[in-house]
Design a protein around this ligand. Structure first.
Ligand code: NAD
Length: 294
């Protein structure tokens, strides 16, 4: 069993850290707001007061932070991971960040003597709690193998997709597909309600056919209940739509529907709803049909 440092103990990082404890690892957590590290300490982990303290004795370091600047801020600089981790430690960045930044940071990590993997995840908060995440991994095959035990404690579908940065490219595609699915599910629910259809029954039968999806299973009920507690915050999905839009442009790839959905996500954030779950896109779909608060 390894000593694992987890930096970023939010909606995803904390349950992942708890599952690592359950699997028998020594887990040291660090979070900018310290009460979250205390929550880990109550579950059998340890709370560190700095990045340096968290990573010093770690065999494996996991970062689970919101965005590219956050990851750069935590790994670079004299107080950062690269300066304080032991030589040969695996650094697994599970955050969703820009693929180009992931590639650059992997190079810097190797120069610092670390073994980097970009390993963004999908499956949401429930997937993190259940240890059932889908993990898309970029890096060397050797480092991927070395990280198996840790990945197995937090994930169920774990796939090496290519060299450093590739995990983030696959995750960008994931976010494109999820946002498009949520938007169409929201429009379908608004449509069904307009006809007074029993939406519980409708989603049940839709879920069993080609329209069925994990998005429908996990987000349909939230729309029916008007429960948009996060889950996955629209502010983060807005970041991800920015990532996929920029990466597609960079590659000369056109994503017209993705571009439209990106605008809906961005509108939600602009009007102050970035803290809602991404299923909150439903509220905008309602309003576009003049059916708000129904
Ligand atoms: P979150 O905001 O709940 O958690 C991020 C945590 O990092 C917070 O606890 C915050 O205090 C901490 N933090 C921020 N800056 C820090 C710093 N400099 N040092 C230490 N701690 C710092 O976000 P989340 O939902 O857990 O998402 C984390 C990442 O995982 C994001 O990149 C997100 O896109 C991705 N993701 C989220 C989900 C989901 O359903 N929530 C699913 C898949 C992927």
């Amino acid at each position: 069993m390894s000593t694992v440092a987890v930096i970023g103990l939010g909606i995803m990082g904390l349950p992942m850290a708890k599952n690592l404890v359950t699997a028998g690892h020594d887990v040291v957590g660090y979070n900018r707001s310290p009460e979250k590290a205390q929550a880990l300490a109550q579950e059998g982990g340890k709370a560190a007061e700095s990045v340096a303290e968290a990573v010093r004795d770690a065999d494996v370091i996991i970062t689970m932070l919101p965005d590219s600047p956050d990851v750069k801020g935590v790994v670079e600089g004299q107080d950062g991971v690269f300066a304080h981790a032991s030589a040969g430690a695996l650094w697994i960045d599970a955050s969703t960040i820009r693929p180009d930044v992931a590639g650059e940071l992997a190079e810097a990590a190797r120069e610092a003597g670390l073994r980097p993997l970009d390993a963004p995840v999908s499956g949401g908060e429930q997937g993190a709690i259940d240890g059932a995440l889908s993990i898309m991994v970029g890096g060397t095959a050797e480092d991927f193998e070395a990280a198996q035990e840790v990945f197995n404690a937090v994930g169920a579908t774990i796939v090496h997709v290519g060299p450093s940065g590739s995990g983030q490219t696959v995750k960008a595609a994931n976010q494109l597909i999820v946002a498009g699915n949520i938007q169409l599910l929201a429009e379908a629910v608004v449509f069904l309600e307009a006809y007074g259809v029993d939406t519980d029954s409708a989603l049940k039968v839709l879920g069993g056919g080609l329209a069925g999806s994990k998005v429908l299973d996990q987000k349909g009920q939230k729309m029916l209940d008007r429960n948009f507690d996060p889950g996955f915050r629209l502010a983060l999905h807005n970041k991800d739509m920015g990532i996929v839009t920029a990466a597609a442009r960079e590659a000369g790839v056109t994503i017209p529907l993705g571009g439209l959905v990106a605008q809906f996500v961005s509108a939600m954030v602009a009007r102050g709803d970035g803290g809602l779950d991404h299923s909150g896109l439903f509220t905008l779909a309602q309003e576009l049909s003049g059916r708000d608060n129904q």
